[in-house]
Each structure stands twice: as structure tokens, then as C-alpha cells.
Design a protein around this ligand. Structure first.
Ligand SMILES: C[S@@+](CC[C@H](N)C(=O)[O-])C[C@H]1O[C@@H](n2cnc3c(N)ncnc32)[C@H](O)[C@@H]1O
Length: 431
């Protein structure tokens, strides 16, 4: 049985409005302008190869894969597109750059800026820009400029006089080399990698730097390719199946950890607890900035290591290396929890001769976070050009992440006597 074009159009329109209701109910759509854009843009026109219901599901639609099967391009999940569009605060008449293309999000942007604004959408992959070039006019958006280039080097002539009013980065990025392309007062929204975590952050440019004071959204995006691709700086502890990554900071020698990892660890309790369904990414980001030698620890499930107990859950663990010793954050179930999903205590496992001291050092930081920062709405994040002098010190030093183009500082507001509370809205792959 075939479907008539008229039926397909009405089905698509019904599915689109259902999706909008879902996004409004989840508070991902909060403004009338973003709602109108989602009610108007025919998402299915940018994924003609999949069934209509899949095009209107609140989920990522993969559109390109690498030879080894990784997703290299996708239509981002609608909830994340909506969150990022809201964070970008786009107005009619704005000039907007989208980094990472495909067409669908560019069409949403074109709706938001209207006929007096302008959208430039840029992608490193010619097959992706080819899709955007074909699908955008077919869907009625024929004034979008589509550019094929590595976003690490914006081509001359792409940046308008005075800079873009907004830049949306829709690919996982380790750095923010676009400050100069943004107008003063403009918004930049990007999924920024800090020690392997991706945080969708909305920044405003003020006096040549980017500032954010909004809650962060944990998200997963496809990897940056080209000259801005990050280096995982991953080292394998010989004979253990354990890997340590220093995406920010300098990798430390790992060979001498092999014998430490053959012995049972010491266990340092923290008395800090977390619900079974409660993400604790904010704690990990705090530890990444607070502890020198911070790294992320992963273990092969079939690796030779016998002492990583409890085994790692889905995400790589927070860890620190001290010479031939190592400490890593773990959780231990201590009860059922009010929601029946379990209550867990953060514990720190120490490996090697100095393992216990290293574990205590990490445990103290977990307790410091609990007492002073856990209730904070969000940290203040600033990105300054790497060449700029560091601003004069305040009464406390923010955490610093030194990137290639920028120096990112993360300043955790002090909330004395912080109580347990949600640490971030959630984690998932969405773009
Ligand atoms: C999640 S997709 C973009 C989704 C899109 N904005 C949409 O309509 O939902 C990410 C894109 O980033 C692109 N990309 C990766 N590295 C890049 C780079 N260095 N410069 C420009 N684009 C890049 C990929 O080719 C991919 O198409």
C-alpha cells in the first residue's frame, strides 16, 4: 500500500505538533518563537530516507557513519536543538553561524531570524553540505549560505562586519576558537569538552571574553573532525586493560601503576551520598579542576585487571595519579533510596603505596564540594583568548583549563552548608 502525498503531509504535520507538545511539556521549548519554528520546519524533509515517525521522534537521527561504524553526522535530538536555540536567544534580523550542518537546525534558525536575518551553516564534510544544499531549498529555505570548511579555520569572507550575533556549535568541541567571529554582546552556544565531559553552555561575549552563568546541560555530540579534533591523550597501564586519559592537562607516566593495580585497593569513605538515578557530572567537573593529575579511568571488560571492584559503570571514572599510585572515585550501594532506585555513597579506592593518601586527597575534595558547592545552581565559566593576560586574582582562585585558543576558568559559587541535590539535568547522546 502506498501513502498519498496529501496523507503524508497531514501525518507529518500531526507528528510535528505532537513533538512540540512533548518539548513544551519537558520545558525544552520555552519561548513562542522557538515553538513557532518547531511547528513550521518539516523535519522529515531533512531525513527523507527514514519513516515519518522516526523523523519526529525526540531522538537523534544518524545520517553519516565512518568506515568503522561511528556516527559522524546526525540530525540532533529535538530536545537538545530546542535547548540550544533557547540558549542562543536569537532575534529576528540576527546573523547566525551554525557550525556542524545537515539542514534541519539551519531551517529552524532561518525561521527564528526571519527574512531580515541571515544564516550561514558550515560543515567539514562535503556529503553533509551537499544534503543541506539539496534539502534546504526543497523545504523552502533558499537563503541559507552553506559552506564546506573546517570550523577551526573560518574562511575569509564568512564572518560579517562586526561579527555574528550568535554562533551555534552543533559538534562536540574541545576549544572555542570563535570569540573573534562573535559580535560584542552576541551569544555562543557550544557543547564544550572539559576532561571528556560535554557540557552545552550558552555564553555571552563581553569585553572580548565569553561568560556563562547558566545551568549546564550534559549532552553527547558527534566528534569534531579536522584540526580542532581533540587528543584523548590516552595511556594504557601495561598488562592491566586499564586506560587513563588526560584530555586536559599533561599526561603522566603510567607504567609504574601496573604493580599497584595488582593489589587490592584501600577504601576511603566520604559520607557523601547520591541517588541511583541522580547524575553526578558536576562533582566530576569539580574534581577535574580541583585535583592536579586528574584523569579519566576506563577498563576493558575483558581486561586482565582483577582488582577494579566494583567494576566501572557506563562512564569513565574520575581518577588521580600520584607517582606509582592511583586513586579513583567509585560508588557503593548503601540502601534502597526513597525512589527504590538505590542510595549510594561516594568512596575512593586507593592503589599502590601512596594509594591511601591519594584517596584521602580526593575524598577531601568530594566533601569540600558537598559542603560548599553542591547546592550551587551552576559554576561561572569564562573563556578568554589564550594570549590574554589572566585577570587579577580574587579571594579564591577559579579552576583553570588551558586549551589551545582559550583559557577556560570555572568558578564554583560558595553555597555554605550545601545539601544534597540534583547535580545536573541528565546525560545522554543527543547530537
Ligand atoms: C550533529 S551534526 C550537526 C547537526 C545539525 N546541526 C542539525 O541540523 O541537527 C555534527 C556535524 O559536525 C560536522 N563537523 C565535524 N567536525 C567539523 C569541523 N571541524 N568543522 C565543521 N563541521 C564539522 C560533522 O560533519 C557533522 O555533520
Amino acid at each position: 500500500m502506498t501513502t498519498s502525498p496529501a496523507t503524508e503531509v497531514s501525518d507529518a504535520s500531526e507528528l510535528r505538533h505532537q513533538l512540540v507538545e512533548q518539548l513544551r511539556a519537558g520545558s525544552h521549548i520555552r519561548s513562542a518563537a522557538v515553538e513557532r519554528a518547531f511547528r513550521t520546519v518539516p523535519r522529515h524533509a531533512f531525513a527523507p530516507e527514514i519513516p515519518l515517525p522516526a523523523a519526529y521522534a525526540n531522538d537523534i537521527v544518524p545520517t553519516r557513519h565512518s568506515d568503522d561504524g561511528r556516527v559522524t553526522s546526525s540530525i540532533s535530538a529535538p530536545w537538545l536543538q530546542a535547548e540550544m536555540l533557547e540558549a542562543a536567544r536569537i532575534q529576528a534580523g540576527h546573523r547566525v553561524l551554525e557550525i556542524g550542518s545537515g539542514g534541519c537546525n539551519a531551517a529552524l534558525l532561518a525561521q527564528l531570524v526571519g527574512p531580515t536575518g541571515h544564516i550561514t551553516t558550515l560543515d567539514i564534510d562535503p556529503a553533509v553540505t551537499d544534503r543541506a544544499l539539496r534539502f534546504l531549498p526543497q523545504a523552502g529555505y533558499d537563503h541559507v549560505s552553506v559552506v564546506t570548511a573546517d570550523a577551526e579555520h573560518l574562511p575569509a569572507g564568512v564572518v560579517p562586519d562586526g561579527g555574528f550575533d550568535a554562533i551555534l556549535v552543533t559538534v562536540d568541541t574541545w576549544d572555542l576558537p570563535w570569540i573573534d567571529a562573535l559580535a560584542e554582546g552576541g551569544r555562543l552556544v557550544a557543547p564544550l569538552r572539559l576532561h571528556g565531559y560535554h557540557w552545552a553552555i550558552g555564553f555571552t561575549r563581553k569585553e572580548g571574553a565569553l561568560h556563562s552563568d547558566e545551568p549546564l546541560i550534559i549532552c553527547g555530540f558527534v566528534a569534531m573532525q579536522g584540526d580542532g579534533a581533540w587528543n584523548t591523550n590516552r595511556r594504557t597501564v601495561p598488562g592491566t586493560g586499564v586506560h587513563l586519559s588526560w584530555e586536559d592537562g599533561t599526561p603522566l607516566p603510567v607504567d609504574q601503576l601496573a604493580s599497584a593495580l595488582t593489589r587490592e585497593p584501600t577504601v576511603t569513605r566520604t559520607n557523601v551520598t547520591v541517588g541511583g538515578q541522580e547524575p553526578f557530572d558536576a562533582l566530576t567537573l569539580y574534581l577535574a579542576g580541583a585535583l592536579p593529575g586528574f584523569c579519566r579511568l576506563e577498563a576493558d571488560s575483558e581486561g586482565d585487571n582483577k582488582v577494579l571492584n566494583p567494576p566501572l559503570r557506563h562512564w569513565p571514572a574520575a581518577a588521580i595519579v600520584r607517582g606509582g599510585s592511583l586513586a579513583r572515585l567509585a560508588t557503593e550501594r548503601i540502601g534502597e533510596g526513597d525512589d527504590g532506585k538505590g542510595r549510594y555513597e561516594f568512596v575512593v579506592h586507593g592503589y599502590g603505596d601512596q594509594g591511601h593518601g591519594s584517596a584521602q586527597e580526593m575524598a577531601e575534595q568530594v566533601q569540600h564540594w558537598q559542603l560548599n558547592h553542591r547546592g550551587a545552581r551552576c559554576p561561572l565559566i569564562t573563556a578568554r583568548p589564550a594570549a590574554d593576560p589572566a585577570p587579577a586574582g580574587t579571594d579564591h582562585e577559579p579552576h583553570v583549563f588551558a586549551k589551545k585558543h582559550t583559557r577556560i576558568t570555572v568558578d564554583w559559587p560558595i553555597v555554605p552548608g550545601s545539601a544534597a541535590g540534583p547535580t545536573s539535568p541528565g546525560s545522554c547522546d543527543a547530537g
